[in-house]
Write a protein that binds this ligand. Structure first.
Ligand code: MN
Length: 232
């Protein structure tokens, strides 16, 4: 009997200077900016940020600004959340903040796209968030900018739709800064090269609709632009 062999393309992100960064896992941080925690009905002084995941093949990297992001099925309310994405070149368990900074490979601009209607239903029923957060192409992301071992502590982060500003904040407003967020996640998982971390979104989240032009940026990291496509 012959053994069948499968060739499955592994998710990867283009690196700005050439090459590909293979994506291992995608960790996300919830409510890491106080203003956003409040707009979601939380109290940042009482609840620390928390974690959830997206599948590795949620990455969707547009080749150009006219690329059409596939609007997901089974929803009437998809929200944008602009976030700084950290890519790791190393890892470990229970990292110190110094070790966490050493583990940084580079950065990208990403959107934690969210089926907000399904998330509200999941929250109400005490169910997991996977259907809300982990759908296909739920992480539009820019090319990666290598900054090995370099912790970013400030810089504007923002998003506009059809030229109108929707989200604007500063990386300095993060409750857990970049090394702290890596260290915190490493209390629960053994981090490794290839892991991505979405570090949370500033206030101003809201819906995207087919035909709209989305542009997002992080100062000193880059820009992400695409058009929201029609659903199937
Ligand atoms: Mn988010």
């Amino acid at each position: 009997m012959s053994r069948e062999e499968f060739v499955i393309p592994a998710p990867a992100l283009p690196v700005g200077c050439g090459g590909l960064f293979p994506v291992r896992r995608i960790f996300c941080v919830g409510r890491n900016y106080a203003e956003h925690a409040r707009e979601m009905g939380g109290d940042p002084s009482r609840e620390p940020p928390f974690f959830f995941m997206k599948p590795a093949d949620a990455v969707w990297c547009p080749q150009h600004a006219e690329a059409r992001w596939p609007y997901p099925p089974a929803t009437h309310e998809v929200h944008h959340e602009v976030e700084l994405v950290v890519a790791l070149r190393g890892g470990g368990l229970e990292l110190s903040v110094q070790e966490a900074a050493e583990a940084i490979y580079g950065y990208a601009v990403g959107l934690d796209m969210t089926r907000r209607d399904l998330q509200a239903e999941a929250k109400a029923k005490g169910r997991p968030w996977d259907v809300a957060k982990g759908f296909d192409a739920s992480l539009p992301v820019s090319t990666l900018l290598p900054k090995p071992g370099e912790a970013l502590h400030g810089g504007e982060i923002g998003l506009e739709i059809d030229g109108a500003l929707r989200q604007r904040g500063d990386l300095a407003q993060m409750i857990y800064d970049v090394p702290a967020v890596i260290a915190e996640i490493s209390r629960y998982w053994r981090l490794a090269a290839g892991d991505l971390i979405l570090t949370g979104t500033p206030a101003g989240v809201g819906p995207v609709r087919p035909g709209e032009r989305v542009r997002a940026w992080v100062e000193g990291v880059g820009e992400l632009a695409f058009v929201v496509g029609e659903g199937d």
